[in-house]
Design a protein around this ligand. Sequence first.
Ligand SMILES: C[S@@+](CC[C@H](N)C(=O)[O-])C[C@H]1O[C@@H](n2cnc3c(N)ncnc32)[C@H](O)[C@@H]1O
Length: 286
Amino acid sequence: MSESEIAAGPNAAQSDYWNQVAGPKWVRLADSMDARLAPILDLLLARAGTQPDEHVLDIGCGAGTSTLALAGQVGASGRVVGIDISAPMLTRARQRVADRALTNISFLEADAQTHNFGPDLFDRVVSRFGVMFFADPAAAFRNLRGAMRPGGRLCFVCWAPLADNPHWQIPLEIAARHLGPPTPQPPHAPGPMAFSDQAYLRGILEEAGFRNPRITMENVSLIGTTPEEEAALACVMGPTARLIEERTPPEPVHEALRREIAEAFRPFAGAEEMKLPAAVYAVSAE
Ligand SMILES: C[S@@+](CC[C@H](N)C(=O)[O-])C[C@H]1O[C@@H](n2cnc3c(N)ncnc32)[C@H](O)[C@@H]1O
């Protein structure tokens, strides 16, 4: 699937966003995002329980961090396919695989909601934060289920509500005081918080034909460096960044925001690193 085919499909807006806006930022910040989200990768790998020789699909694989880790778990006779709509993220992922000369990973530039994978391919379908962006999530999960082998398992992590994620809520409240509140979005709109309502998420998985959905909220720490760097990150990634992109404040306001956010983050700073409280849903289904 080419970028233009994806752009003509149901997730055109997300394709645009992940190719033009968010993808290049993730690539630039890939190493610090890896460190930041490492505890969540550990949680996902523990829950996915991937075994040697298995075939695994990594949805919204981005720059390939989870894909590489999964490839280590399935071993040389297993296989991991990473699918993503973001060309810049996939370029980075392919580079990482080439650097390590791995042969059990391949990537697809395609929309996971509509791509025709073929039947009975995967023992596990896994994702770290790559499944909350579908225009039609029930159709997407039905499509993914069709690619799974009998007895296969779906396992992913997605964000719990904003109120349980102070690393986002603290800067967003500060930014909203300066810039006004974010424009209300339709409930469950594609985006990081699309699955933060457990009942809705369970309904989507059941509608797509998955059995025994299990959703548990997990409290984790995101690993940061300094309050100043965390404040700068909050202003380029996540809900606060979205609000800033929308309102385009002049640089002095931007600067005041960064300062205030850094002060609010200071209590989370330790001697060597920051630990920012966060909460995700760990989701699995058969
Ligand atoms: C928040 S990032 C997570 C990236 C990666 N899984 C990680 O944890 O580092 C979300 C990823 O989902 C991808 N994505 C969004 N919608 C998609 C779709 N319909 N099909 C495939 N990938 C998609 C984005 O391009 C992006 O790389």
